[in-house]
Design a protein around this ligand. Structure first.
Ligand code: ATP
Ligand code: MG
Length: 643
């Protein structure tokens, strides 16, 4: 494409002072983001205007008039430089095995899948549902959609047929791409037959493309096509579709922690720029590093930090197909040793689970390659932070607790290790990223200016990675994010700012407990209780209490091998809460449980615990995103024994 305008990838050194770049991003946003977009992205036609955003109406446009193709930015330009450069290291389920996929190979599969999709009638703007195991072919399918301007909707390949059906119908997808089976932790999951069941309830689906993962025999209908076979029949090159900066790139459902998942829509240029700049700057990614974000691609973390951010930067990124305890709890660290991983990015739930298994699993392996340890998804309690820092990181690495959401497209609050020498503060994601101007507001919409006061976390300026809408439901988008505090984006989370301007997330505002007239954040209380050495994890919720308004109910998981009565644990936990918080925050009820209800991305679903605590077991609501529904039954039984 002779008309293409190309710029060098980097704007400035990653280590340039965060404060100065941040200030610049707020003072001159048009110049700041315009410059970055010009230099970091390859445009078919450069944009005419940087932004046109209105937080009152929820209309957001970035890089207006620009023509771009995301797959060209993630693949072609790196292939031009070095086609053999590793794009993915695919850490396969089978212990000790990985495959390296170069940028050249990834571009070829992307083009072939794009040609198959085109042959099957998929056009710009059409929706393609993807229900596949973590594999290079899954990433290539996403990029193939991006190449032709189709909108992908990746559904985590662990959801039930019904959840999948609802998501396919919501997007009205014409094509579903899947695999014969997935393998995870040595067990197979019959993806194709789940798709068959789901598609039975979907009028919109014309074609199902089935790739090979295990080679198992799966029944095929006239609607189905074998993907690799189809790929071999088409050309290995595909001209990228010229797309407007604001054409949709993908839709993705939120985790469903608080209710029915929302189909969040992201567009081309702004999202890509934001994913790429955060991947480089927050993690201090340098050429030659091996970056391992072990989140599933079915979540936003996988979209932004396994696929789009790293590939846009020409990075080498690990694609993790397996489970952290397969074949044993040393899997992550054995992988770190074998692949010489420099960056490791996971979720607090995985860290807490591994703490339960004991330090020896970590110490067995050489982790000297590690430099940055990241975390996202829930508040990282201080105990887990410390373990991550000392046991995994040998106090040599930097802990990067990143706060963000499906809706924000990329990281919004996080330490910038390269720009700031000091070790980040435990429990504090810390500093807003470029362009992010957080504000704390009270329930009555007053701006909170004092330090160490909890409030609703809002963002008052637009940024390129922000969600554009909820697919097909802009009114809902406004009601959830922009109407609660008119004129600003409301995250739904509570936070406080310390005297140095560092932010700490106190939990979702719906989860705040009002007890004895005090507002108690779930995160703060859980964080304190998790310091008890025999305790692996806790979750607190409020429940109706005659005297206190709300009582506090604490669900407690003990570390593996610990035997203790609920009375002794409760006494010790109360002592800790009294010391670390205050006696008004003492839980009224304790229950030792074998597990907690969690979303498939590992977050505690407190709304279910609230129903259990309030004796309203019959009204659990949407549980389709629950990872293990049987745990609910077990907790209900234990709870009933209390009475
Ligand atoms: P739903 O919106 O459907 O209830 P969800 O909010 O869990 O689901 P995600 O977009 O995957 O869906 O998660 C974003 C949320 O995760 C944030 O709003 C916040 O509550 C929590 N979170 C993410 N990172 C952090 C972090 N570093 N510290 C504290 N909380 C975090
Ligand atoms: Mg959310």
């Amino acid at each position: 494409m002779a008309s293409e305008v190309s710029y060098p990838l980097q704007l400035s050194s990653v280590s340039e002072s965060h404060a100065s770049l941040y200030e610049e991003s707020l003072k001159h946003p048009e110049q700041f983001w315009g410059d970055l977009a010009s230099r970091r992205l390859r445009w078919t036609k450069k944009f005419d205007q940087v932004m046109d955003c209105d937080m009152r109406t929820g209309q957001f446009k970035w890089f207006l008039g620009g023509v771009i193709n995301v797959s060209v930015n993630c693949l072609d330009r790196h292939v031009e430089e070095n086609a053999d450069k590793p794009a993915f290291i695919w850490e396969k389920d089978e212990p000790g095995t990985h495959e390296v996929i170069s940028y050249g190979q990834l571009l070829e599969s992307t083009c072939r899948i794009a040609n198959v999709l085109k042959r099957e009638g998929v056009k710009k703007g059409d929706r393609v549902a993807i229900y596949m195991p973590a594999s290079p072919l899954l990433a290539a399918t996403m990029l193939a959609c991006a190449r032709i301007g189709a909108i992908h909707s990746v559904v985590f390949a662990g959801f039930s047929a019904e959840s999948l059906m609802n998501r396919i119908n919501d997007a009205s997808a014409s094509v579903v791409v899947t695999a014969d089976e997935a393998v995870r932790g040595g067990k197979t999951i019959p993806l194709k037959s789940i798709v068959d069941e789901a598609v039975g309830g979907c009028q919109c689906v014309q074609r199902v493309l089935v790739s090979r993962r295990t080679g198992a025999h799966v029944p095929m209908t006239p609607r189905d096509l074998q993907l690799e076979q189809a790929m071999s029949e088409v050309s290995d090159s595909c001209a990228p579709e010229p797309l407007d900066s604001e054409d949709p790139l993908f839709m993705l459902y939120t985790s469903g922690s608080t209710g029915k998942p929302k189909g969040i829509l992201h567009t081309q240029a702004g999202y890509l720029l934001y994913a790429s700049i955060t991947q480089q700057y927050v993690f201090d990614y340098r050429p030659g590093d091996v970056y391992a974000c072990v989140a599933d691609i079915g979540w936003i973390t996988g979209h932004s930090y396994v696929v789009y951010g790293p590939l846009c930067n020409g990075a080498t990124t690990v694609l993790f197909e397996t489970h952290p305890t397969y074949p044993d709890p040393g899997r992550y660290w054995e992988m770190v040793q074998r692949l010489k991983v420099t960056h490791f990015y996971t979720a607090p739930t995985a860290i807490r689970m591994l703490i339960r298994k004991g330090d020896e699993w970590v110490k067995k392996y050489d982790r000297s390659s590690l430099r940055i340890l990241g975390c996202v998804g829930e508040p990282l309690n201080k105990e887990a932070w410390k373990w991550y820092n000392t046991v995994v990181g040998e106090e040599r690495c930097t802990i990067v607790d990143t706060y963000w959401q499906t809706e924000t497209g990329g990281i919004t609050i996080a330490p910038r290790p390269a720009a700031d020498d000091s070790q980040p503060k435990p429990g504090f994601p810390s500093l807003p990223f470029f362009g992010i101007l957080p504000q704390l507001r009270s329930e009555n919409d007053e701006v909170i200016t004092e330090s160490n006061v909890q409030g609703h976390l809002c963002i008052t300026k637009p940024w390129p990675g922000m969600a554009r809408t909820i697919y097909g439901n802009h009114q809902n988008f406004m009601d959830v994010y922009y109407n609660p505090h008119p004129g600003v984006y409301f995250t739904g989370d509570g936070a406080l700012r310390d005297e140095n301007g560092l932010y700490r997330i106190t939990g979702r505002v719906d989860d705040i407990i009002m007890s004895k007239g005090h507002r108690i954040g779930t995160a703060e209380l859980e964080c304190a209780m998790n310091t008890e050495p025999r305790v692996a994890e806790t979750a607190v919720v409020g429940y109706p209490h005659e005297i206190y308004g709300e009582g506090i109910y604490a669900f407690v998981i003990l570390k593996d091998g610990v035997v203790a009565s609920v009375e002794t644990i409760a006494e010790d936990l109360k002592t800790i809460v009294r010391k670390k918080i205050a006696s008004f925050a003492l839980p009224n009820q304790f229950l030792i449980v074998p597990g907690l209800p969690k979303t498939r991305s590992g977050k505690i679903m407190r709304r279910i615990l609230r129903k259990i605590a309030a004796d309203r077991h019959e009204e659990l609501g949407d549980v389709s995103t629950l990872a293990d529904p049987s745990v609910v039954e077990k907790i209900v039984q234990e709870h009933n024994l209390l009475k």
